[in-house]
Write a protein that binds this ligand. Structure first.
Ligand code: AHR
Length: 324
């Protein structure tokens, strides 16, 4: 009798545990929708943080996720989108590596009646209505914020000349184009600002180092400012500056974009002067948008997350852990 009682209690505990798991992961329950997501690659800690956030939020929202990583190749992304169409997913989302070249595959998605969401970056299309909406940062504003920091720094220093080198992201990508345009438009007309050269670092740490080596060999101490389109390339460039005998953050102003933990720690140490935030945490908005589209609701054509600027003008002690 005593044995039976214990068995009953154990059974009860097991049921409670199982129902707890079920509430969390919803196993066996029908997913609320099937989302096909094509990630463009794993080039940066930003991208890895973005992938992780989307995977986690899909689970939280009870959405079944088909995720494919294109390893930096547009043709892989197009093939992934075609697989999602063949599989008849409810919603397709993707982070386009470059802006052009998507019309054909998006027409196929439209014909199949599958709504498409752009995540992180935008595209240029010849036809209207090939996608529903864009969820991603305002990259132009990020370039403006980076330049505004430099203009304030210039005002404080009283110097009359700032020679700038720019390390840009992936050619023909939205962040590359818009971060460049926002920055250049904002410094245009300020006679103190002179751009020595823009070089392409493809958002990669190794390329950031190569670009910086090349720029240092060519311009040496003629460089006053390094404007780098992402933290990854900045992290590649910094050791090169030090090896060449300069103190980044002091001899040369360093401006970066993203705001990942490693770069924020270096900002606190004084080797980066300013980081414009670009948040990879787009997962919740993506899941809510996908659910709305499945229900036939209207969605905002563009959603930009709110982003901060961290710099040596601020008290940096209160920055919360970044999560990427
Ligand atoms: O599209 C966002 C950019 O892509 C991030 O700034 C960069 O780190 C990433 O690789």
């Amino acid at each position: 009798m005593k044995g039976k009682g214990i068995a009953l209690i154990l059974l009860l505990v097991l049921c409670l545990l199982l129902s707890g798991c079920a509430a969390k992961n919803n196993p066996g329950a029908e997913p609320r929708l099937l989302l096909g997501f094509s990630q463009l690659g794993s080039e940066s800690s930003w991208r890895i943080g973005n992938t992780k956030d989307i995977e986690e939020k899909a689970e939280t929202y009870g959405i079944s996720l088909m995720m494919e990583n294109a390893n930096q190749k547009q043709e892989n992304q197009i093939a992934a989108l075609r697989r999602f169409i063949a599989y008849r997913v409810d919603v397709i989302a993707f982070s386009p590596i470059v802006e052009e070249g998507w019309d054909n595959v998006l027409k196929e998605a439209k014909q199949a009646g599958i709504p498409v969401v752009l995540v992180d970056r935008t595209i240029k299309t010849e036809e209207k209505d090939l996608y529903e909406c864009l969820i991603g940062a305002d990259f132009y504003q990020e370039g403006v914020s980076a330049a505004n920091y430099l203009l304030r720094k210039a005002d404080r220093s009283g110097k009359d000349r700032f020679q700038i080198v720019e390390i840009t992201g992936t050619e023909d990508s939205t962040p590359m184009r818009q971060r460049h345009a926002g920055f250049m438009d904002t410094i245009a007309g300020d006679e103190r600002m002179q751009v020595l050269e823009s070089v392409n670092g493809d958002f990669l740490k190794s390329r950031g180092a190569e670009c910086m080596r090349y720029l240092l060999e060519k311009y040496g101490d003629g460089i006053d400012v390094i404007y780098s389109h992402n933290d990854e390339m900045t992290l590649g460039a910094l050791p090169e500056i030090e090896q060449a005998g300069y103190m980044p953050g002091k001899d040369m102003i360093v401006i970066s974009i993203d705001g990942g933990q490693e770069a924020i720690d270096i900002l606190k140490a004084g080797k980066i002067n300013c980081i414009v935030e670009c948040t990879p945490m787009l997962g919740s908005t993506l899941m809510e948008t996908a659910l709305a589209l499945k229900d036939g609701k209207n969605v905002d054509p563009e959603t930009h997350p709110t982003e901060a600027v961290f710099s040596d003008e601020d008290d940096l002690s209160q920055i919360a852990p970044r999560g990427y």
